[in-house]
Design a binder for this molecule. Sequence first.
Ligand code: C2E
Ligand code: CA
Ligand code: CA
Length: 386
Amino acid sequence: MEQSSKRLSVKAGDAIFAEDDAPTTAFLIEVGRVVVSTIQHGEYRQLGELGPGALLGEMAVIDSAPRSATAHALTDCELTPIDRNQFAERLAAADPVVRALLMSQLTRYRSALATLTGAALSETELKPSENSAAFDKIRLESELRSALERDELEVLLQPLLHIPSGIIAGYEALIRWQHPTRGAVSPNEFIRLAEETSLIIPIGDYVLARVCDMLVDLRNRGREPLPFIALNVSARQLDDPTLVDRMLDHLRSRDLPPDRLEVEITESLVFNQKQIGQLLDRCHAAGMEVALDDFGTGYSNLGPVLELSFDRIKLDQAFTRSLHTKRGHALVSTIVAMTKALGCEMIAEGVEEVSQLEALRELGCDYAQGWLVGKPISLQQVLETG
Ligand code: C2E
Ligand code: CA
Ligand code: CA
């Protein structure tokens, strides 16, 4: 074998690696053909022939087991070596479910090969502990899928107090999953999981439909003026170009005014300003309002506030909690002034104490949300408490 620059030149008939060699490199075949073989019960057996564009010897590199076959150049070959670390780093960074799938296939292939050749099966299986986290995740995802089908997801409403008037002007819709054995699973856990797959799309649609039905119930109960309900929208939903149209369809079919549905977009999603700008334009043209959620926690970048015309800014809980300190108070005071100067309204999140509400009132904050105003409750409870 001859190495020129980064490529390897192998002459026809030469070995590239042999069975039981330690794995250090895989190869990408650039030119030529390679034959992979093994010895089965003392007899030569060809396992396959590979040509340009194929990966060679990647299996042993992935699971660090000795080579389970021998490779020879059938013709003169050019190979690009791929260091095992290049795979190892990507594998370590990969989705654990994808990693578990790959390892499961690899184990099965090796065991089939061992049966074929009569060799003893080497200990290459993935550690069970490594697998179990991935399988827990897959299990949870399947359960979430059927929870959605079986209507086990619940949408709660948390009241938003309009501070100057003392009226509950709106609610934020917050999803809950009552798991049959795990109990209440936090949306922080399962929304992220749903976002990793496209499951967030049907979940988002479910919440949207529930929220619109709730607005109808509130209207039928004579809640006047009709409160607005704010809906959390996640990254994958924002990629869906039909999102705003579907929202409008739901509102129109129930004869609801578009300004009773508000969209909440978390600050960390606003890095794609063009996309969010288009969404804002579509919402505003239709009469819907948009809030920037978790303000101050994302990239601490004022670009979005400069470029995008949000109707409301939701101050993250951490700032509300800091109100009793001099620095915290100064910062919140400045954020309220900035919000006002931009013509937006401000909602403070995580208001738990009377002193926080009083400080926010003095500073001129428009809305308060938090345990002090009310915890997330079912629509039934909302209707009962008037
Ligand atoms: P978020 O949008 O920031 O929602 C506010 C969270 O703060 C809620 O947590 C709420 O229960 C909690 N909270 C409200 N007041 C207080 C308070 O006074 N003190 C404290 N300590 N916490 C308070 P929750 O319901 O667990 O939701 C967590 C996150 O899950 C939400 O954060 C939101 O990002 C996401 N989420 C919830 N429902 C949905 C949904 O329908 N769709 C999407 N995409 N995300 C959702
Ligand atoms: Ca929110
Ligand atoms: Ca928030």
